[in-house]
Design a protein around this ligand. Structure first.
Ligand SMILES: NC(=O)c1ccc[n+]([C@@H]2O[C@H](COP(=O)([O-])OP(=O)(O)OC[C@H]3O[C@@H](n4cnc5c(N)ncnc54)[C@H](OP(=O)(O)O)[C@@H]3O)[C@@H](O)[C@H]2O)c1
Length: 153
């Protein structure tokens, strides 16, 4: 499994520098967010609305099996969800079911319990789209150790 942990604005360029065979058939867990910090804080999304970075990567590198995940939590929480008390959620999306299964196994090994599969890679529009809210919350709460929780009726 490969992880894309590059700056979202540079992810296409970064992955293009890999040899094509290095991406061929590989599960690519994309944790990046297409955030532009060039005008200071707060950052803005460079891809939004009817597209996402996850979709851009899948389109640009069709030989890879892109799974979007973990991009909605801080890096420490990604690998140690118990830093945030109680139940809280992590999302997955991607076009390849087996690839999502591999990523789900990885997430469970980190301790994630509430893993929501949002379907195909266009689900990344939503998970990337919450970043302006996430950044705002970090400022208000004064910590990056937080996450969203879903409550069903
Ligand atoms: N940090 C978090 O808590 C967190 C949480 C969720 C999602 N993410 C996402 O994860 C990604 C990495 O986050 P970060 O906090 O580690 O960001 P960062 O400290 O800014 O690191 C960005 C990385 O991208 C690389 N990079 C930039 N331009 C590149 C290019 N043209 N080619 C190859 N590599 C390039 C940088 O390499 P050099 O150092 O060599 O320039 C660096 O390793 C981002 O997309 C971010 O949105 C981060």
């Amino acid at each position: 499994m490969l992880l894309n942990c590059t700056a979202g604005v540079a992810s296409v360029e970064a992955l293009a520098s890999a040899a094509a065979e290095d991406l061929d058939g590989k599960v690519l867990l994309d944790v990046a967010n297409p955030l532009d910090f060039s005008h200071g804080m707060p950052p803005t999304l460079t891809i939004a609305g009817d597209d996402s970075l996850g979709e851009t990567l899948q389109r640009t590198f069709p030989q890879a099996r892109v799974v979007k995940g973990l991009n909605t939590v801080n890096a420490h929480v990604m690998v140690d969800p118990a830093r945030v008390p109680g139940e809280h959620v992590v999302y997955l999306c991607g076009n390849d079911e087996a690839a999502k299964g591999r990523v789900e196994e990885l997430l469970r090994s980190f301790g994630w319990r509430e893993i929501v599969d949002l379907g195909d890679i266009s689900g990344a529009r939503g998970t990337e789209g919450v970043l302006p809210l996430w950044v705002r919350l970090m400022g208000v709460l004064g910590t990056a150790d937080f996450n969203f929780q879903i409550r069903r009726a």
